[in-house]
Design a protein around this ligand. Structure first.
Ligand code: NAD
Ligand code: MG
Length: 403
């Protein structure tokens, strides 16, 4: 990769994940345009090792000192001068480096909050995939973006589609003029038509087998419960400065229309494409230009038809809970996100049934008092309290089942 000063320096937070790998795929198609400055992973030493050899970053970050040492040992003798850092401190550092223009925020969950905020604080171009960061800290995050001159470009396919359908010159966080509604499309996930009485017994493997998208396990479970769409409603409220009452979720099983904007004159603008995250990633990387993403053209004749339904809130209570959390305001969204992360992990580990996920979240939302969510300490405290409560309730459930 040429060390060309005209090339845009990039940090990919969460580079070994689904979004991270797709990002590096697009980046590698444009070596004259991008230079990888930093890559980060949680514990996947082998994965980050291979990416370091291929993309030659200046920095690599692992979650802890042990994993960082393993990566250093692995890189020894491979003609590599990558500086290996560890932990949150390392993540925050590579998000704010002077030589970095663009930060892809693709860590999953609350773990991505601090480095994503740092990228905003340092005025970077922030490509935001890590929706949980925005859900837990929306007011603070958007304030940081505005005050520090950051450019926030949504990577979540729906929000990227909406961004593309906004008037020319639109900036994230602005009120879009003449917009009547946002139509947020959702596939409905793998259980859209599963008989309700079978949902209590579905397995993590079934939940992670998404019909249209190939994603990490946490977001796959979120798609199956439709909490993903709930988080996306909140994400859209912050990005497009609107209220949840003006966002309508539309089930669209083919995942071809990625979302729509309904204008006051009756025009509805949509963005369509194959369900491949390289399209929104390339849009963010190239913006305001368009660059090749490797995604093939949409074949509408092969698709044949596009269907739409309204979501069933009895089947998908998580979607209702997200609207309620937004309505409650303050740290309620932080609590929603934290309880969901604990619940999804428990489901993936086999200690909570699928239908226990919304029950645990609703229980936590009912027990945590919502406060204003404008400072980082308050947000982190709300997150920690909700996690502790969710774990306590989980342990209680396990005890009562055992007893
Ligand atoms: P993933 O699980 O495939 O990858 C997550 C990445 O984050 C990995 O590199 C992992 O090593 C790293 N990571 C995980 N926990 C960490 C921790 N505690 N500390 C540091 N690093 C950690 O997830 P994904 O599917 O790529 O999703 C990433 C984010 O993008 C999520 O917020 C998700 O909601 C969002 N998103 C994903 C998709 C998709 O198609 N995969 C689409 C839209 C939005
Ligand atoms: Mg999405």
């Amino acid at each position: 990769m040429p060390n060309d000063s005209a090339a845009m320096g990039i940090t990919v937070l969460g580079s070994t994940g689904s979004i991270g790998v797709s990002t590096l795929d697009v980046v590698a198609r444009h070596p004259e345009r991008f230079r990888v400055v930093a890559l980060t992973a949680h514990r996947d030493v082998e994965g980050l090792f291979r990416q370091c050899l291929q993309h030659r970053p200046d920095y690599a970050v692992m979650a802890d000192a042990d994993a960082a040492q393993q990566l250093r040992d692995r890189l020894r003798g491979h003609d590599s001068d990558v500086e290996v850092l560890a932990g949150m401190e390392g993540l925050v550092r590579v998000a704010g480096l002077a030589e970095v223009d663009t930060v892809m925020a693709a860590i999953v969950g609350a773990a991505g909050l601090l480095p994503s905020l740092e990228a905003a604080r340092c005025g970077k171009r922030v490509l935001l995939a890590n929706k949980e960061a925005l859900v837990m800290s929306g007011a603070l995050f958007m304030e940081q973006v505005r005050n520090c001159g950051a450019v926030l470009l949504p990577i979540d396919s729906e929000h990227n589609a909406i961004f593309q359908c906004m008037p020319g010159g639109f900036v994230s966080g602005q009120t879009a003029r003449a917009v009547r509604r946002i139509l947020l499309t959702a596939s409905g996930g793998p259980f859209r038509t599963t008989p309700l009485e079978q949902l209590a017994r579905v397995t993590p493997e079934q939940a992670c087998a998404h019909p249209n998208w190939d994603m990490g396990r946490k977001i796959s479970v979120d798609s199956a419960t439709m909490m993903n769409k709930g988080l996306e409603v909140i994400e859209a409220c912050w990005l497009f400065d609107t209220d949840a009452s003006r966002i309508e979720v539309v089930l669209h099983p083919q995942s071809v229309i990625h979302s729509m904007v309904d204008y006051v004159d009756g025009s509805v603008l949509a963005q369509l494409g194959n369900p491949d995250m390289r399209t929104p990633i390339a849009y963010g990387l190239g913006w305001p230009e368009r660059i090749d993403s490797g995604v093939t053209s949409l074949d509408l004749l092969a698709i044949g038809r596009l269907d739409f339904e309204s979501p069933d809130l009895d089947r998908f209570p998580c979607l209702r809970l997200a609207y309620e959390a937004w309505e409650a305001g303050g740290t309620a969204s932080t609590v929603l996100n934290a309880a969901n992360e604990v619940a999804v992990q428990a489901f993936l580990e086999g200690t909570l049934p699928f239908t226990g996920i919304p029950r645990l979240i609703e229980d936590c939302l009912g027990r945590c008092v919502s406060t204003a969510a404008t400072d980082l300490d308050g947000i982190l405290a709300a997150d920690a309290t909700a996690r502790a409560l969710a774990r306590e309730r989980l342990a209680g459930t396990a005890r009562s089942l055992a007893g």
